[in-house]
Design a binder for this molecule. Structure first.
Ligand code: GLU
Length: 512
């Protein structure tokens, strides 16, 4: 199966575009087929500098490398194209489109139109006055316009010889009903009366999207055209073009729109909708791909975590929904967390090390860094959160009574000296080589009983002991200086005996 992704370089790649690319990629890969990247840059006015580079870079980031078409750039910035059906950049194919437009003129499926802007405006005004709210250049008006259908052949030749500007329009046949099968929507029907005599070749010799798109999909032997729902209204024009050329059309699938949470269309103009914004925010490609796959595709079971490889196996058009898909960033963040946890620890540590080292240079050659990273991997959503989450390892926090004394845990300021002395004494008794989470936990538990329980061996009264929270909270708060952090014992183990005691003693001094 040959599929294609043919973006127009009118801006940074939109997340909806990335999803379209993904679906095309998956369908090609699951049949051992070819995924083609073609650049549709025939609307020169709307082309944006850097957009093509952004498209290539974003697809690469997401792991959706094209097999054919534009595959990259050389070091001096020239496009690299692969495949024998190129060029794959439409602005390099202009001659071809002109030839195909001429073919349609000759076969009577298209005609030349010489109407000026004023004449077109006048037609629209007249139509509106006559009660047509959405006037189009179509079969109802074409016979009163200035075109090769209404003008004398010699006059047409004269105008062309004199280089008068003209466009080539599709001649939509009368009273036809088109029935097409959409792989997602099923049967779709259009009446030719609703289709305009769309411009195929503009007066500057550039093709419009419709002509270039159909010619290329045919010449590049595309089997399936999968694109956004916004292109569904163009389908009858495309089907007409295939028919006019005498070509077999490919299959078509129109994927549902992406909606924002309010139910409106997620548009490029909404700032956040470009894939680059998500890359900059620190989303992992795995999370983004997983999220985009689920936007419109229902995997069927309860499993929601899919790698690109798994998606290639599981994805199917039958399970793509017709209705719009809500772009729910909470779901994206959840998936991001899931994918963070899946990174092998060493790799995770080395990914966050430079980020942490930027703020805390000591992290750069910290031999214990992986242990520290292990403490936060379960909690992190973005790499850029790591410096704050590991801050206390590199910068001893200042003792903050308001944080350390915690009402909810029954830690009152007057109790603090007792608790701190208990912690210092008990922890000091642990030999250095036994300084581990479980030992720390057990020692504190037993010294608590040993120190504070009353009564005798048979009638032991534990009510005079500290609650676990009464020593856990201050220990954690003193060591980290944070209201949320990994648990006290885990942090103490990684900090080491010496540093743990140092912080406790300092806190006792400042609080006393
Ligand atoms: N150039 C069109 C776009 O930017 C391609 C639409 C299609 O896939 O046919 O969306």
């Amino acid at each position: 199966m040959r599929t294609r992704f043919p973006p127009s370089p009118t801006g940074m790649l939109h997340v909806g575009g990335l999803r379209t690319a993904l679906y095309n990629f998956l369908l090609a890969k699951q049949t051992g087929g070819t995924f083609i990247l073609r650049i549709e840059d025939t609307d020169q006015e709307r082309s944006v500098e850097g957009a093509v580079e952004n498209i290539v870079k974003t697809l690469r980031w997401a792991g959706l490398e094209p097999d054919e078409g534009l595959t990259g750039f050389s070091t001096n910035g020239n496009p690299i194209e692969q495949g024998d059906k190129g060029p794959y950049i439409q602005s390099k194919r202009l001659k071809l489109y002109r030839e195909y437009a001429q073919k349609l003129l000759q076969s009577g499926h298209a005609y030349s139109a010489f109407d000026t802007k004023e004449e077109l405006d006048r037609m629209r005004e007249e139509e509106q006055r006559a009660g047509n709210p959405a006037p189009k250049y179509d079969l109802s008006v074409r016979m009163r316009m200035r075109n090769s259908l209404t003008m004398d052949g010699k006059e047409v030749q004269k105008k062309i010889a004199a280089s008068d500007p003209y466009v080539i329009r599709l001649k939509v046949p009368e009273s036809r009903t088109f029935i097409a099968n959409d792989e997602i929507r099923g049967k779709v029907e259009f009446k030719s009366s609703t289709v305009d005599d769309t411009v195929l070749l503009k007066s500057d010799g550039f093709p419009t999207y419709h002509l270039a798109n159909v010619v290329d999909d045919h010449l590049m032997e595309v089997d399936l055209v999968l694109r956004g729902e916004e292109w569904l209204p163009s389908l009858p024009k495309h089907l007409l073009l295939y028919e006019a050329f005498g070509w077999n059309p490919p299959k078509f699938a129109h994927v549902p729109l992406l909606l924002n949470k309010g139910g409106g269309k997620l548009s490029k103009r909404q700032g956040d909708a470009s894939a680059s914004d998500f890359i900059e925010k620190g989303y992992l490609p795995e999370a983004m791909i997983n999220f985009l796959a689920l936007l419109g595709w229902n995997p069927g079971g309860t499993e929601e975590i899919f790698s690109l490889k798994e998606l290639i196996k599981s994805f199917s058009l039958e399970r793509v929904q017709k209705g719009g898909a809500v772009f729910d960033t909470e779901k994206l963040d959840w998936l991001q967390g899931q994918w963070m946890r899946k990174i092998p620890l060493e790799e995770f540590a080395e990914s966050i090390r430079p980020v942490v080292a930027k703020q805390y240079p000591a992290a750069a050659d910290d031999a214990e860094f992986t242990k520290k990273a292990a403490l936060i991997q379960e909690r992190v959503t973005f790499f850029h959160e790591a410096p704050q989450m590991l801050s206390y390892f590199y910068e001893p926090p200042t003792s903050d009574t308001a944080l350390i004394a915690n009402k909810k845990q029954n830690v009152t300021p007057d109790l603090l000296p007792t608790i701190l002395k208990f912690l210092i004494d008990s922890l000091s008794s642990i030999p250095r080589e036994e300084w581990r989470e479980e030992v720390i936990s057990n020692v504190l538990k037993s010294s608590n009983i040993g120190l504070f329980a009353t009564g005798s061996r048979d009638t032991i009264d534990l009510s005079t002991c500290l609650n676990k929270g009464q020593y856990l909270w201050p220990l954690r708060a003193i060591l980290t200086g944070l209201s949320y952090s990994p648990g006290a014992f885990e942090v103490a183990e990684v900090l080491g005996k010496e540093e743990t005691l140092k912080r406790l003693k300092k806190a006792l001094k400042t609080l006393a």
